[in-house]
Design a protein around this ligand. Structure first.
Ligand code: ADP
Ligand code: MG
Length: 767
């Protein structure tokens, strides 16, 4: 983690220079001239909508303006800024920490699932929308935040959509509390009359230009900070004093909705006519090209276009940004480009810089750094680079026209993650990235006809995703009437019904649809409810260690590595881990084998930065910075072991990191995480079924399977150890559509286990 070192003169000077440079860059941003207007508008209005060209400075600057203007002066108050993607939250937090001149985790921090980096002194916190939603469970009025910014609102992610409705309610409740407090105060002391004139609703008292203020309540003496030491520590304090200290700190909640493009009319109607501020950007014209013919292989076309562009244009004219669908595409194209680079002349090389959701934080910086001399940077990105983060220096954009999109069919209970065409609005954003420094060029790897056929905007996620997890969160947040929640766009009734039924079958809800004790327990975990159910049941089956392995392993696509050109060798290497019970035990066997090697083959240190010298004292200890790391020698040995066995070392480490986080949560919830069933495969599979009973299928005479819910014909995916085996019934992790419906992550089970694992679904004919 980068930090400023003030003890060394040279470093001190460097840090000073860096600060001056960053400050200059801040002032050059298009948003800078609108600074006062923005602050005024946010001060005056409970909700403000800000629309501005990508790169104009919304995400990095507005929170800093509010900080500088004194919106979060009191100890313990802060500004939350949500992002739909983890990478955006971490990389923007890092940038803003640099601009503010603070260490990441101090004044500026971030919070993403399984990785928190903030402290009680944090004033600006970038977090995923999912994390803020979870915070509502422990802090139902989000009292520590005086301002919540919902960024990238146009993306209409499921969790941002839910936050729209929740924040409206929270804002209203907090306003009522502020009013009630003010009234109480008025009654209790007439002497305070003069101070009340200074409360937030009296805008006339606002100075016209220079603004240094607190938005409300600053003068209300009866409000003290929650979770901070009361000012009066005198043990003889009176009851009255105690009452004072018990009054929760309440201020009005400011909501800011931000986006690059959005249907302003729809948003302002939903947010009670909130004002819309338009920030003009700095955008140069971009010339767009289409292919003459549809392209059958967009990766191959992207590869050709990059090399062609690189050779035919001046290498100093600007960098190239390629939009792809996901990590796999990016890794494949990266490989092709690296091979081509070998044949490029020494004075005209390329270097690749990938950016996608699962990219570890340490590797993210490459996209923001300049390429070495005589080398052009080729950024390979997912739609993260459309509007969430701005990569400097791009002049050429190559748009493959695809992204990965999640879908769900409630009738058959199948969730999908498919590579699909983007919307026109995304295509426009993508081409816009070429016009940031000067005139730009966008190469669309599809025909103009195909562009015309694209949808104008993407359907909001709430209308196409499985709702089980958010409905559990809503229930846990005390919102019982799911149908009448204040949605911007309501989800379909079948989708709600299917989620409620699944939660009932998981025993998270009771017969009346109310949250059960188990449901509240499950909601404590930042996991899909099926996984928290498995963890819960693992106590009974005494296999929490194996359950943790399985749940954590789901956080990555695969821990096995099967490169196309060495598939055969990889399959041979993987045989040693294979279990006759199927893929789940194969994963457990691998993890056990790795751990064994780690114990006997190397001396591995679990590196905990919390105890490292450079760690700021004020970082909360809750798993922050905690990562499994190895010293160089051990790391090399373990990596070599993985390479030899065709294991994805990076993904496996991620699994261990996630496992540690979930394990910590389990310990907090009183679970003994060390229980292990040894080689009793049955216990683990029955335990798995307690969450996965929706994902079972029975063998048909023709060798295919039929899913128990939805009655779909399902085939076992060739990547599964169960491929071509004829188990009478199976459980699977997921169904994917390609040319057929395939089950991935498959294990063999006994049909009788299914009803044991899910009495509500299969043991009750009324269900
Ligand atoms: P917006 O939210 O309006 O799209 P941002 O606040 O994200 O804009 O970015 C403002 C500017 O800050 C960008 O134009 C870019 O030049 C710069 N910037 C942001 N993040 C980084 C970074 N990590 N490294 C270098 N420059 C950055
Ligand atoms: Mg932004």
């Amino acid at each position: 983690m980068e930090s400023y070192n003030h003890t060394n003169n040279k470093n001190g000077r460097n840090s000073q220079n860096k600060k001056i440079l960053l400050s200059k860059q801040r002032q050059e941003l298009p948003i800078y001239s609108a600074r006062e207007n923005i602050i005024q508008s946010i001060y005056k209005n409970d909700t403000t909508i800000v629309v501005g060209e990508t790169g104009s400075g919304k995400t990095t600057q507005i929170p800093q303006y509010l900080l500088e203007a004194g919106f979060v002066k009191e100890f313990g108050t802060s500004i939350a800024v949500t992002q739909p993607r983890r990478v955006a939250a971490t990389s923007i937090a890092k940038r803003v920490a640099d601009e503010v001149g603070t260490r990441l985790g101090d004044k500026v921090g971030y919070g993403i699932r399984f990785d928190n980096c903030f402290s009680k002194y944090t004033k600006i916190k970038y977090l995923t929308d999912g994390m803020l939603l979870r915070e509502v469970l422990t802090d139902p009025l989000l009292l520590k935040y005086k301002v919540v910014v919902l960024d990238e609102a146009h993306e209409r992610t499921l969790r941002t959509d839910i936050l729209f409705g929740m924040l409206k309610t929270i804002q209203k409740k907090r306003e009522e509390m502020v009013k009630a407090n003010a009234k109480k105060k008025k009654n209790s002391s007439k002497a305070h009359n003069s101070q009340e004139n200074g409360n937030s609703n009296n805008f006339n008292s606002m100075p016209k230009k220079h603004i240094m203020f607190d938005q409300d309540n600053e003068n209300q003496n009866d409000i003290s900070l929650k979770n901070t030491k009361p000012k009066n520590h005198n043990p003889d304090s009176t009851d009255n004093d105690k009452k004072k200290d018990d009054t929760p700190f309440v201020s009005k909640l400011k909501i800011i909705i931000m986006s690059a493009t959005l249907d302003a009319e729809k948003f302002l109607q939903y947010f009670n006519n909130a004002p819309v501020l338009y920030i003009s950007g700095r955008q140069f014209p971009v010339k767009t090209f289409y292919t003459y013919e549809p392209q059958s292989d967009y990766l191959d076309s992207a590869h050709t276009t990059v090399i062609q562009l690189h050779l035919e244009t001046n290498p100093n004219s600007g960098d190239i940004l390629v939009f792809l669908s996901g990590q796999e595409d990016i890794e494949n194209l990266e490989k092709l480009l690296k091979e081509s680079n070998l044949h490029l002349p020494q004075y005209n090389k390329i270097c690749t810089a990938p950016i996608y959701a699962a990219l570890p934080q340490k590797l993210q910086n490459k996209v923001f750094e300049s390429a070495p001399p005589h080398t052009r940077k080729i950024v390979l990105a997912t739609n993260i680079a459309e509007t969430s983060i701005t990569i400097p220096g791009i002049k050429y954009v190559i748009d493959t026209g695809v992204h990965k999109s999640r879908g769900y069919d409630p009738r058959i209970g199948v969730e999908s993650l498919l590579v699909e065409p983007i919307s026109k609005s995304s295509a426009r954003q993508r081409s816009g990235r070429a016009g940031r420094i000067d005139h730009g060029y966008c190469y669309r790897l599809y025909t103009e006809d195909d562009y015309e056929k694209l949808e104008e905007n993407e359907v909001p996620e709430i209308k196409r995703r499985q709702l089980t997890s958010v409905i559990l969160t809503l229930k846990a947040a005390g919102i019982d009437d799911i149908l009448r929640f204040d949605y911007m766009d309501a989800p379909s009734k079948p989708a709600i019904k299917s989620a409620l039924l699944e939660l009932y079958a998981l025993e998270a809800l009771d017969e009346s649809g109310n949250l059960s004790k188990l449901g509240s327990w499950m909601a404590e975990f930042p996991l899909d409810p099926v996984y928290s159910k498995v963890l819960y049941e693992s106590v009974k089956h005494k296999c929490t260690s194996e359950a943790l392995d399985l749940v954590a392993a789901h956080s990555v696509e695969s821990i096995f590595f099967s490169p196309v050109d060495k598939r055969h060798l990889a399959a041979e290497a993987h045989k040693q881990f294979q279990s006759i019970d199927g893929d789940h035990w194969t994963v457990i066997n691998l993890i056990k084998a790795f751990n064994e090697y780690k114990l006997n083959g190397t001396k591995v240190v679990i590196f905990d930065q919390d105890s490292a010298d450079e760690t700021p004292e004020n970082i909360e200890s809750e798993g922050i910075y905690e990562e499994v790391e190895y010293n160089k020698e051990d790391g090399n040995k373990l990596e070599a072991w993985c390479r030899k066995n065709f294991i994805n070392f990076k993904n496996l480490n991620h699994v261990f990191k996630v496992r540690k986080q979930i394990e910590n949560l389990c310990i907090k919830m009183g679970i003994d995480t060390t229980t292990s069933c040894g080689n009793d495969t049955e216990q683990v599979l029955i335990c798995l079924l307690s969450g996965f009973f929706y994902k079972c299928a029975m063998l048909q005479p023709d060798g295919t399977y039929r899913s128990l819910t939805g009655s779909q014909t399902v085939h076992i995916h060739p990547s599964s150890t169960m491929f071509r085996k004829r188990a009478s019934s199976i459980v699977y992790d997921q169904l994917v559509f390609t040319n057929k419906l395939y089950a991935k992550g498959v294990s063999s089970i006994q049909p009788a286990w299914i009803s044991i694992a899910s009495p509500r679904l299969y043991g009750n004919s009324n269900f």
